[in-house]
Design a protein around this ligand. Sequence first.
Ligand SMILES: [Zn+2]
Length: 473
Amino acid sequence: MNIILVSLDTLRSDRLTCYGYDKATTPYLDTIASQGVRFAEAYVSDIPTEVAHTGLFCGRWGAASGIVSHGHPYPALPKNVTWLPEALRRAGLTTAAVDNLYQLKSWFARGFRYYVNMASPHQRWVDGADVTQEAVDWLRQHYRTPFFLFVHYWDPHSPYLPPPGYFEQFYPSGRDPFDPARHDMDRAYNHLAYPFFKHHHYDLLGPVTDPEYLSARYDGEVRYLDDQLQRLDQTLVELGIWQDTWLILLADHGESLTEHDIFWDHCGLYQPTVHIPLIMRWPAGIPAGGTVSEFVQQIDVLPTIYEALEISTAEPVDGLSLWPLLAGGGRWPRDRVYLSECAWQAARGIRTASYKYIETLDAGVYERPPRELYRVSQDPGETHNLISAEPDLAGRFAEELRAWVAQWGESDPMLPIVQNGLPFVRRMDQILREVGVSWETWKRNPSRQWYDAMSGGPIPEEQPTKKPTRGGH
Ligand SMILES: [Zn+2]
């Protein structure tokens, strides 16, 4: 048996057709889902990218492993933490990654016999076609013996620059995305986070005035990613390993496309960022056509693989094996998920069938109430904060969250990072200092016009036509 674990960076669930989107962004992912099992209520554990993948590979919440952020002080992942690629290599699988996370944290190379590093000193971004090509090349050389291959796609991550022909089908022809009479982008352009995204995103798209244009470009990236997955899957057919290869596809986090004042980025514990796609297909091992509606999380992938390979570990694991759900009819003990983030903001939350409760330790560049409570079942947009209307319920959630964090020890690993300054707030401070502006000055009057004048150079008149390679944050 072979396993291919595919991370779909920044892919929010409701932009997949098989998760209910009304546009044809994912024809091939829909096919894969119909051949396997789709988890309708899959959630992140910790976000963003680095901590999400750490949880995926060690099966632990960040509060338990100590890895809650990619800021400083940043503890090393203890060597004795169980680590998926290491365990699979010990179990006799040839392990390989097509990825660039090793550039960010050294532990992402652990256990891989082959590590195809997609990072290049000349290119900041990683293109899905290059990822696919490397994965296909590796498969052609190694498919004859059981393997574990991890493949990491970055395509829906900003900047949204799909190749020509991909986003056009999602944007009305004849509509002018640069119409100077339109001011719908002003809130994003004059947001506190603007200096960061000016360089990473806005300047690469041209003087856009229509938010729908960015949304269409995001959809175009998803459609492009879908083509990459088709090519990868066709290779399995060509090599004759389609039947006995367990394909696991999931996002590390979603993306907020303006919701909650988060403009084309992934922070906040709201649904667009925490509700992720998770699809498994293994023709030889999992019945086709299933949909699972129970709550599952990223940290469940590791114990699921362990159970299939009969791997036992003495180290603690927080996730639960999904086999009772994959096999159908099994008892599932979880009725809630726990959520955590510590990059742009520091927050924790609980999601149940009806409610979501969020506590923000540090709002960073956003305006957030310290506590939020939403009846998500009736308020899917999470816009009506019930914290004052439902004080008893909020109190019970607060107590539950405290007890949940406290079970791993007296010190919460998120607190020193908050005390030291959130990593992206520190980065913002650095960006502003480069143009001679203090954070305090910027906070008083965040204005795109002013920052552009300070940083020099207008945004380009023409949108770029060449897709740069990718990286991300
Ligand atoms: Zn990510």
